[in-house]
Design a protein around this ligand. Sequence first.
Ligand code: NDP
Length: 603
Amino acid sequence: MTVTEPSSTDDLGFDPDSLREKYRIERDKRLRADGNEQYVEVSGAFAGYVADPYLDTVIEREALTDEVDVVVIGGGFGGLLTGARLREAGVRDIRMIEKGGDFGGTWYWNRYPGAMCDVESYVYMPLLEELDYVPREKYAHAREILAHSRAIGEHYDLYANACFQTEVTELRWDDDARRWIVRTNRGDAMRARFVAMANGPLHRPKLPGVEGIGDFEGHTFHTSRWDYDYTGGSPDGGLTKLAGKRVGIIGTGATAVQCVPHLGELADELVVFQRTPSSIDVRDNRPTDPAWAASLEPGWHQARMDNFNCLVSGVPQEVDLVDDGWTDIIGKMVTLMRNGSADFTPEGIASMMELADFEKMNEIRARVESIVDDAELAEALKPYYRQFCKRPCFHDDYLPTFNRPNVTLVDTDGKGIDRITAAGIVANGVEYELDCIVFATGFEVGTGYARRAGYEIYGRRAQSLSDYWADGVRTLHGMLSHGFPNCFVISQVQGGFTVSYPHMLAEVANHIAFIIDHALANDIATVEVTPEAEQAWIDEIIAKARARGDFLENCTPGYYNNEGKPGERSDQNSSYGSGAIAFFKIIERWRDEGSFAGLTFGS
Ligand code: NDP
């Protein structure tokens, strides 16, 4: 035990050593040699899983070979924010390219029943003051967020010149012309002075690589392509066509947690196949108080985003404006400090964080017991790992769904399903016959950038980004890579990760718009990071990442720790280890300083 822990387990009401041991046992059960390779790519025979089920009409148009100042790839929040900030900077000649039929990104694709944001909408949804909009609920539902995405597109005139239903197939730098050639699946070969790639972090569905994955003869789809023709209903629920159907769902992550209550309500039988239980905290959603909305002063949105970001980054604040499950764990840490058990050495802080985490997860496990009637079932639904090893979930209807007589939990004790057959799913050696299988198995995270983006990027001397990043991502501030002039990456890798992802996107969009605006205004043909500046940033990323190594090593496998294999490459491919607040300050100071340090400009 370390010095910060109370002397007896009686003071705590639990034994940290036995919990640590339990966490280790549960993690070890789930470690597997194939790590990220366990999943099947949704291409070839599985390409049908990514077809767009939401299109009303297929756009017919001529191939484009024209030229624009900026191409933004991706019409989700990353692309929209970049487009918005470019417009505000006065850049007129922008083309958004989006594979879906409209703006929205993750909220275009994820329309499964019950989809909603997990982070408070007054923090999560971007550009609220710019659009003079206050979300209708504390946690907004998918439809409202999709509508807001469209509203951003309208407000900033980003529909003009946009190419929807268009997938980029290749980016290639033409060094003589100082232009990017953007090729697409529509035969386009357009030219762009600058390119910003907002492909999204979690957009390429993955399937479990189990035996028989292609054998099922019933109906099947991934949660990010929900088939309402088959299930009936809408994102609000009401899946009436599932009457008389036996439905199986694989996965119990944040997505499954939101759609399982709707499946359980109307399917004749629902079988939930679980490998690792999620941590399910209180949701307590509520409509927005109109008086509160009317009282908001200019600047409220950024202030709330910053307040939340500080609290979830462990920086105590005078007031907790959001006051929910995300900020609660930090509140617990502050309470521990106030109780005088503080030791402010790095080891002391780590130990205090662990204690606060144990307390929080004990609360989560007690919540399962208080909701789920059957004790054995409740035990199977309890998560035994530290809260931030996996995405924490918040829901008030998920756990009660397991009290329904038509809902069965098949806990595979960390092993996952055995195989898929023509008739259903085999797990723990038992075959469950099903009419429909829903894959709530998530999205590719740890695979190569070009594979996830769906296109290769060829920079100077026709070098591919995949080759250049073969031993790990190489950037300055997560955005610019040497040899790939005028090309901006929008991602949390080597940047600032925060649980409210759009906050990071907003800061990165400010930065990219600042650089592009400067280049366009000053007739600068090329902007490129120097190898020295790039290497210095990589060194800092690796040095800072090491501090989190132990935490991730001890975590149950998941995409947060490269499926149980955090390693050298993960250090380099991680976010800035001192946190998002520090990262945002670094890039803000860089802009304020005004020398464009680390960049070279070419004519
Ligand atoms: P996840 O990757 O979080 O979950 C995938 C699930 O599939 C896990 O439960 C996983 O188990 C399970 N699984 C994978 N392979 C097998 C197998 N062979 N047998 C049985 N189970 C298997 O994907 P989600 O779509 O749930 O969520 C992805 C991310 O999207 C979230 O982490 C979050 O960042 C985001 N999200 C955000 C929401 C929001 O409100 N803002 C809502 C929903 C999602 P195991 O845990 O053991 O790997």
